[in-house]
Write a protein of this length. Structure first.
Length: 460
């Protein structure tokens, strides 16, 4: 917001080549505000601003740009500035940048790093894609439990400048094995002569380098920390993951789930940058599957063609019946998928979900069925529409069918995520359109079988 307000002033200073004033302004701004301003400027002016910034500030600002803007800036910058920014970036943000780039371009950028930074970058990129190892940074403060509080604070003053966070201090043994993590307030409130071993309690949570980023997100929710340590298979502390990285992971996972719930493959890249044909391909796959599924509805209706000819009035309520079942199924599958994502539900909870959704589906079906019954009855009574001699039976058929369809839709929508999880598939794949298609076919069968039972000997 600050950048947008002062943008005319910035443009004026750029036109006047008043670089001293520009440098002074940007040094007083938070990096996030500078990044917000930069993305709204033409590329040539973006490069001018980056050249004015000290290397450390330029790297901080660069980290706030999205992947597309970062790649554009790298192409526009001078070689020396690219080298400086890449070496100043925090390791986790640099890894995220290298992941987004073509492999050949990423290898070229890695060559620009200093030997130490190159070793860090290659180590982080060596972990599996989507793992905690790709997210972590090796910049943290580690101390030993025989140190005094004074020694710890002196160590922080000497080496804390380049660490990701100073909110948490990690205690390790002589082999680097994690013993504990302690908040900085513990050291600030203790006597200087107190030893770390006097107040550490070994009560800590840690991530494994090969844990998935989704598991890391659940761990952050569980422990409510701004940072969590990452250990290898020998419990040696190798890095930390911070909450800002988890916010990005949470946003990506939520975006992916929402897109899948919409009945399509996850785009895996911003909507504004994805090529048209790739987006069409990702959307067409599920549309074709859903279309073929809906063709089963037509096939099912052909099986009841005789009943429809005898009682054409039944066809009038098909959209009502089918949509009610699809809507109830979509509600159930959305609730269960979200509960699974938050760790509230596990595979072993399926029976508890069945019981709850059985009661929910029955209640919802009774509500809709009652409304449907009285709607037909009222229209007949007010002479708005004539449903014929057996209008009470028609109303009763629609009411009972709604109970059955809504109940079935709720149960099937709730159980599909569990079935997919059992098959080691993403539960979000049981998207709302997929559930609606499934319930369309089965709901039609339920409706006509109820009609055959109730209306036999009258309309049928």
């Amino acid at each position: 917001m600050v950048g947008k307000i002062l943008q005319p002033e910035i443009r004026s200073l750029i036109d006047e080549r008043n670089f001293g004033a520009l440098r002074q302004i940007f040094q007083e701004w938070p990096p996030a505000d500078v990044a917000e301003l930069i993305v709204d400027l033409p590329e040539d002016e973006q490069v001018i601003i980056f050249r004015l910034l000290p290397n450390a500030l330029a790297a901080d600002v660069f980290e706030y740009l999205d992947a597309e803007a970062q790649q554009k800036m790298l192409r526009a910058m001078a070689h020396e500035q690219v080298v400086a920014i890449l070496n100043e970036m925090s390791p986790d943000d640099r890894t995220a940048l290298l992941e987004e780039m073509p492999s050949a371009a990423a290898r070229q950028l890695i060559k620009l790093l200093t030997p130490d930074e190159r070793h860090i970058a290659q180590a982080l990129l060596g972990y599996p894609e989507g793992s905690v190892g790709r997210l972590m940074t090796p910049d943290f403060i580690a101390v030993h439990d025989d140190w005094t509080v004074k020694e710890v604070l002196d160590h922080v003053r000497e080496f804390g400048q380049d660490t990701e966070t100073l909110n948490v201090i990690y205690v390790v043994d002589e082999r680097g094995k994690l013993i504990d993590d302690l908040r900085m307030r513990e050291f600030l409130l203790r006597p200087l002569e107190a030893k770390v071993s006097d107040f550490r309690d070994r009560a800590f949570g840690a991530l494994k380098v090969n844990d998935s980023q989704g598991e890391a997100l659940n761990a952050f929710r569980k422990y409510d920390r701004v940072a969590l340590p990452v250990v290898d298979s020998n419990d040696v502390l190798v890095g930390i993951v911070t909450s800002d990285d988890m916010l990005d992971v949470a946003e990506e996972e939520a975006t992916e789930d929402i897109q899948k719930l919409g009945g399509m493959e996850a785009l895996d890249e911003p909507y504004t940058t994805i090529p048209l044909m790739r987006m069409v391909k990702k959307r067409a796959t599920w549309l074709i599957i859903l279309f073929l599924g809906e063709m089963l509805t037509a096939t099912a209706m052909q099986g009841y063609n005789g009943e429809i000819e005898k009682a054409a009035i039944l066809a009038m309520f098909l959209p009502l019946i089918i949509s009610s079942g699809g809507n109830s199924g979509s509600q159930a599958t959305t609730l269960v998928i979200r509960a699974m994502a938050l760790g509230e539900l596990r595979l072993g909870d399926w029976f508890r979900v069945v019981r709850k959704e059985l009661l929910s589906g029955l209640s919802l079906g009774l509500i809709l069925g009652t409304i449907g019954f009285f709607r037909i009855s009222l229209w007949q009574y007010l002479h708005i529409f004539d449903y014929g001699k057996y209008h009470w039976l028609v109303a009763f058929t629609v009411g009972v069918a709604l109970v059955g369809v809504v109940l079935w839709g709720t149960i099937s929508g709730a159980m599909l995520p569990f079935l997919l999880r059992c098959c080691r598939l993403d539960p979000a794949t049981s998207s709302a359109p997929f559930v609606a298609t499934l319930v369309d076919v089965t709901g039609l069968i339920i409706y006509f079988n109820v009609a055959l039972f109730i209306l036999r000997g009258t309309l049928l």
